[in-house]
Every structure is written in C-alpha cells, then in structure tokens.
Write a protein that binds this ligand. Structure first.
Ligand code: 3UK
Length: 556
C-alpha cells in the first residue's frame, strides 16, 4: 500500500473538505461482503457488470407511460451522457454535478453518467427554489448541472446569481412522447448532445474512498448540511439492509414515492433494485392516488413510502385489493423517514394483509441501520440492528444505558457521517459513534423503540412525554386524520402537551370532539400524557420528504 491512498479525483475538493480524522466516525467492515477491492466505481458494479455478465436485456427502469429500459438501454444512455459531461461540458473527476428533476429514467441515466465520469452527484429536491439551490451550489461549489426541462426556471434563476455554475444542460423524461427524446429538440438539449457521442464509455477508475455523492440533509431547521458518501459506501448500503432485511429478488418490481435526491429514494428505487437485478417503476409524481393506480398497472411488488402515505392509502388499497394476500401484486412494503405509528401498521395490515417493514435511516448514514423483516415486526418498535451495524442507546455522557431506559441513539457501521466542511460534525459524531438526534430505548430482546427526536421530548410538571407517543394514541381515534403534538410553554407546568388535529371526513371540529379526544388519550396511555390543549387544523406543515415540522407549530 502506498502512503497516499489512490484517488482518481483531479479536483480534490471533496477530499480536502472531509472532517478531520479525529471527528470522523469509526467504520466497521466485519461482514465478508464488506471487503472492497482497491479500486471501485459503484456505477461499474451496479450497471456495467450486469450487462457484461449477459443480463443486459433484463428490464431495469419502467414508467406507467409504458417505457421500459433494459440494463443495456440505461447503460447506453448513461455512457452517452458521460461523454457529453466530459467532452462538451469539461467535467474533470471530482467536480460536483447538480442533478435536478423528478424521478424519471433520464434523471437516473444522468446520475449514472456523473458517477461513471468520476464526478460527484448532488441530487436536489424537485421542490427547491432558486434561493435553496443557490445555498447548495455555493456550499458544494457546483460547476455543472443536468436538469429536467420542466424544472428549468428556478435553476436558471440560481445560475444567474451563481456564475460558478458554468455548464447546464436540460433533459426530458425519456418517455417516447417527450419532445426532444430523439435529439430533435436542438437548443441546449442533452438528448441532442447525446446523439453526437458513442454509447460506450470507459468508467473512471475511482478509489473506494473517492466521494461519489453529496446528499444534502432534509433538516427541518438551519443551513443545509452536505453529507459525503464514497463509492464504497454505496456498495455497503446495498450489501447490508437490502440483502439481510428486505430480501427482495431479481423478479421484483420496485415502486415508491421518495425523490432520488433523498437517499431513502436513491437506495430504495435505484441502488437496491439494481444491486439485485430487479426493475423499478419511476413516478414523477407519487402521491397516494398515483401509487394506487400504478401499483396494479405495473405489477409492482415492493413499495417504499412514508407512514403518512400508508395511512392515506390504506382503505383504498384494500378496496382495490393491491396486496398479494388479496390477489394483487404487492408483497413487500417499506416505511421510513418518520416513526411508523402502531395504528398505521395495523390499518395497513387490516386492509392489505401486508406487515410493513419499518426502518430508521438517515442521510448521514446513507440508508437504514435499524429495521426488521415481515416475520419479526413488533408494533411500536423500529426493529433490531441491521447486520453490518452496531447500535446503542447512550446517556448524556456517552455511556450505554440499561434496557428499558430512554437515551440517545448512537450507531456505527460501514457507512457514517462526513459533513462537507461543517462545524456541526462534532454534534453528530462523538467517540466514533454517529448520534442521530433520536431518543430511543432498547428492550430485553434488542428491539429499538423510537421515542422522539431528542428536541421533541416534552417535559410537563416533571414528566418526560414523547410527542410521537401522544400522536400515536390520537391516531387510534377514528375522528383523527392526522395530528401533531408539541410542548407549549406553560407557567405552572413548564410545558403542556398541545395537539394539532386534522379531523377525518365526517367529523366536526369543536369542544365536544376536544373532550372526546382528551378522554380517549387518557384511557389509551398514561393519563398525564393527555393533550391539555387541542387545536384543529386543515393540514399540518411537512417537509418535501414528508417529515412533520413540529418547530413550525411551536413558532405559532
Ligand atoms: C427520522 C425515523 C423513526 C429520525 C432516511 C431511510 O429519513 C431519512 O433520512 P433523514 O436525514 O432523517 C433522519 C431522521 O428521520 N426517521 C427516519 N426513519 C425513521 N424515525 N422511525 C423511522 N423508521 O429522526 C432520523 O434521525 O431525512 C430514512 C433511508 C434513508 C434516509 N435518508
């Protein structure tokens, strides 16, 4: 081994901005499948290897519009785009490339092109505005962008304010009826440029520890944080949770709602299906109605979405018999992003016959590290530690607490937090452990039970009350469509429990319902946890990734 690790990055931006060694988490590579070769490009592993081994004809990407790209089709598109990036846009390995678009085949082809060319993919949420894009462009010093034509406007505004973003190309969906898909669009169209280059590209021979993605956190407050992940991290994520917990197969058809810019979506809808030779249905818009239509239409078998989406779909999913137990195609359902209320798990099971696979992941960790399979679900628990990882509940001094005691969740494994030059690295990583900011307890059987975000613990008259536990209790009442619980400052008690409730169709907001819900919570969980104040709302504030923004409710 040479002194300096091999790197293919000509532009050393990412390597120069890694957290100092003392602030990095400890990495574990105990499983045999986590031994990586000296050089590794995750695009080669996930895409080119499958084509080379004779599986190029297998379906890879589908859309409800009828598009179906094989692995070879995707490879050809990605290779042409990689040539455009290098030959026409001047990309050198290590440059950051902003990707902007809904989940479409061209978005995925662009992602692979960046990785093949040794670039660093910075995928962004479709809903971001010029201001937010600008923060990301500045922080990651982004020079290149590939952007869906339908989302051109905000990017063009951001570009005007950030001339460092030198090269931008626009693409369509990849659908046959999309204008310009055949290169006829002219202008600065990516498709037109693709026609000028061969459908074969020699991937840049990157090192396992070259950064290949910077994922910005969907954090609910403050400046965005960029998390850096290596080629090796991408392959590690594929080797752990999907193989040991999800256990899907090559003939599975994946579908779901999270955007590719959210690592929950990147893993669940791109990396994991491809790591097993499966296919995925991409939906540019994936609300409950689009999912309910597309699942039977495309024969989807594995679904990735958030708890609120399961709750919204349950009754209709039952009526349409989309679950395999009722004769439909769907057989595995994954929930992440937020705690899965026991009531939502029960509701989905009642209507579809399917036991949801819950899993906690984080942008910092790339994907899921505590989870369970269908056979080992425990209502109210997120699951046990995923093979390859270690997890622990700690007290405020970083010492493990006994079973049954609430503390801070700490994890380590083959992936971990590396913020792009950010002071907040010290808050997430301590003594080699990654602290996710969640309050958890572990039971005698090693199941981890989510309590709250550490800043969503309510202290009322000396009692610790976890906001999600009160929400779970409220959700069991048929008059509650959605709800959120916060601590409201109170002179006598320090804080009181306050609930915001979205009434279900056919239930009237009013004093009678307030009394009924308070009474219901008192009978369901310890009486001191009941919401002393209840306010009715038509909807609740959520992030683009579906997370409840309790802080916005606290702000009033
Ligand atoms: C919360 C959960 C309880 C928790 C993510 C799967 O959500 C993801 O990443 P983010 O960076 O947020 C991380 C935080 O979200 N959380 C996520 N899943 C659960 N809480 N139960 C769960 N099942 O507070 C965590 O610290 O947006 C999820 C895969 C990749 C991801 N990036």
């Amino acid at each position: 081994m040479s002194e300096r690790p091999y790197t293919a990055h000509v532009d050393s931006f990412a390597r120069d901005r890694l957290p100092p060694p003392g602030q990095q988490p400890e990495f574990l590579f105990e499983l045999p499948e986590l031994r990586f070769p000296e050089r590794l490009n995750c695009a080669t592993e996930l895409l080119d290897r499958r084509v080379a081994s004779g599986e190029g004809d297998r379906p890879c990407l589908r859309t409800p519009g009828g598009l179906c790209w094989s692995y070879a089709d995707l490879q050809q598109r990605a290779d042409r785009i990689a040539h455009v990036l290098v030959a026409e846009m001047g990309l050198v390995p290590g440059n950051r490339v902003l990707l902007r678009g809904p989940n479409t085949p061209m978005m995925v082809a662009s992602w692979f092109a960046v990785i093949k060319a040794g670039g660093i993919a910075v995928a962004t949420m479709p809903l971001l505005r010029a201001r937010e894009l600008g923060q990301i462009i500045e922080k990651a010093e982004i020079s290149h962008a590939l952007c869906d034509r339908n989302l051109a406007e905000e990017l063009s505004l951001a570009r005007d304010a950030h001339p460092g973003l030198r090269e931008v190309r626009f693409f369509g969906t990849g659908e046959a009826d999309d204008p310009g898909h055949d290169g006829s669009g002219g202008d600065f169209g990516l498709e037109a440029a693709m026609q000028r280059h061969p459908a074969a590209f020699d991937n840049v021979d990157t090192a396992p520890d070259d950064t290949c993605i910077i994922a910005f956190t969907s954090g609910t407050t403050g400046r965005p944080k960029g998390t850096m992940h290596f080629h090796r991290d991408v392959m590690a994520a594929c080797a752990c949770w999907p193989r040991h917990v999800l256990k899907a197969a090559a003939d599975d058809v994946f579908i779901g709602s999270p955007p590719i810019a959210f690592t929950f979506g990147l893993g669940g809808l791109v990396l994991f299906p491809m790591s097993m030779g499966a296919s995925t249905v991409l939906l540019p818009k994936a609300g409950p109605n689009e999912l309910l239509d597309a699942i039977p239409a495309c024969g989807a078998t594995v679904l990735f979405t958030a708890p609120t989406s399961y709750r919204a779909m349950a009754a209709e999913a039952g009526a349409r018999r989309i679950g395999a137990p009722a004769g439909g195609s769907l057989r595995k359902c994954v929930s992440a992003g937020e705690a899965l209320p026991a009531a939502t798990r029960a509701l989905w099971k009642e209507h579809t016959g399917i036991e949801i696979i819950d899993g906690i992941g984080a942008t910092e960790m790339l994907h899921i590290f505590v989870s369970h399979d269908e056979a080992h679900a425990r209502p109210g628990a997120t699951g046990t530690v995923v093979p390859g990882y270690r997890a622990c509940v700690m007290d405020d001094d970083g010492r493990p607490v006994p079973a049954g005691v609430v503390g801070r969740l700490a994890v380590k494994g083959p992936t971990g937090c590396r913020y792009l030059s950010d002071e907040r690295q010290k808050n997430y990583v301590k003594d080699g452990w990654n602290y996710t900011g969640d309050a958890y307890l572990v039971d005698d059987d090693g199941y981890f039970h989510y309590q709250a975000r550490t800043d969503d613990m309510i202290v009322s008259a000396g009692y610790n009350i976890a906001a999600p536990e009160v929400e779970d209790a409220l959700m069991l009442h048929p008059a509650v469509a959605d709800c959120a619980v916060i601590g409201e400052p109170d002179e006598a008690r320090g804080q009181i429990v306050k609930a915001f409730v979205v009434p279900a169709v056919g239930h009237e907001a009013g004093d009678a319902l307030v009394a009924e819900l308070q009474d219901f919570v008192r009978k369901t969980i310890a009486p001191y946890k009941y919401p002393r104040a209840i306010e009715f709302r038509a909807s609740l504030p959520r992030t683009a990734t579906g997370k409840l923004q309790r802080f916005r409710l606290r702000e009033g």
